[in-house]
Design a protein around this ligand. Structure first.
Ligand code: HEC
Length: 127
């Protein structure tokens, strides 16, 4: 169901609360997992995030750690976003819940959102 044209920017869909509590449960589960399993989960998230970034974000943003090259002036590079002191998992999720700039309203699925947030935050360490 994509009604982007007729809809105001802010999404309010029934499933949201459910999704958030599932995400919370997932985090609790992750916290209980052994480190190796967490690493594997993080690697999977990063792989998804990279794909999402390359597909949906790279038109406007520099998405990689050493990325250099022509992009629009307006869109900050992901590594710069990652290093802003106010950036966190929560601020990224809140921001990405809504379309921004002239970004197509592509409605990231939960694992795509998890992935791209993990991808951006991983750039903080200059990987
Ligand atoms: C059509 C161009 C375009 C696309 C595509 C796009 N962005 Fe952006 N993005 C911008 C612009 C321009 C800004 C700065 C202005 C603003 O915040 O709206 C921005 C800002 C942001 C910010 C906020 C930085 C801050 O100041 O807090 C984040 C996070 C972000 N984009 C993530 C993404 C992600 C993730 C994707 C892919 C799913 C994406 N963007 C796709 C143009 C784009």
């Amino acid at each position: 169901m994509r009604r982007s044209a007729s809809r105001p920017g802010r999404r309010r869909e029934g499933g949201d609360g459910m999704r958030i509590s599932l995400a919370t449960a997932f985090c609790a589960l992750l916290a209980a997992m052994p480190v190796a399993a967490q690493d594997a989960a993080q690697q999977a998230r990063l792989a998804t995030g990279r794909k999402v970034a390359e597909t949906w974000c790279a038109n406007c943003h520099l998405i990689g750690p050493q990325a250099r090259g022509p992009t629009g002036d307006a869109a900050p590079p992901f590594h710069a976003i990652a290093r802003m002191p106010e950036t966190s998992d929560a601020t990224l999720r809140a921001f990405l819940r809504m379309p921004h700039a002239t970004m197509p309203d592509h409605q990231l699925r939960q694992e795509e959102l998890d992935g791209v947030v993990a991808w951006i935050l991983a750039l903080r360490s200059g990987r």
